[in-house]
Design a protein around this ligand. Structure first.
Ligand code: ZN
Length: 139
């Protein structure tokens, strides 16, 4: 059991339709077969990468042949560009778990949010320039 899937794209939908599969079925088929053929490790750290960035090329070709029952090069070219994402969390880049850190300064609290896997981060830290003492305050 892994917690990886493929990011939804137009190319994925087109490929699924071409082979008479649902998008969900094709995602599972790609991830499971790539792991079975050891083209992917199935680790959470692979989330956020294109398949071609993390796969074993030789094994990937075999996995593609298994999935589509075809050795056509264009199939690997399409699948190569699919982005692997995690199903464990809400990171907009890779789907991994986000971690909140509460910060405070001058009695004001805010949250810094960081992804546990990729470099995504966001914050609702206030705009200090608009706070008392900031140059834009009262202007
Ligand atoms: Zn992430």
């Amino acid at each position: 059991m892994n917690n990886l899937t493929i990011q939804e794209t137009q190319e994925l939908t087109q490929l699924a339709q071409q082979f008479d599969l649902s998008d969900e079925k094709l995602k599972v088929l790609i991830i499971d077969t790539f792991i079975e053929y050891e083209a992917l490790g199935g680790d959470q750290s692979e989330a956020g990468f294109r398949i071609m960035d993390v796969y074993d090329h030789h094994c990937a070709q075999a996995a593609i042949t298994e999935i589509f029952n075809s050795k056509e090069q264009y199939l690997l070219d399409i699948v190569n560009k699919f982005v692997i994402i995690s199903t464990l969390g809400d990171c907009p880049q890779c789907g991994s778990e986000l971690q909140d850190h509460e910060e405070s300064q001058n009695g004001i609290y805010w949250l810094d949010t960081e992804c546990s896997n990729c470099d995504y981060s966001c914050s609702n830290e206030p705009d200090w320039d608009c706070q008392p003492g900031g140059y834009a305050y009262d202007s």
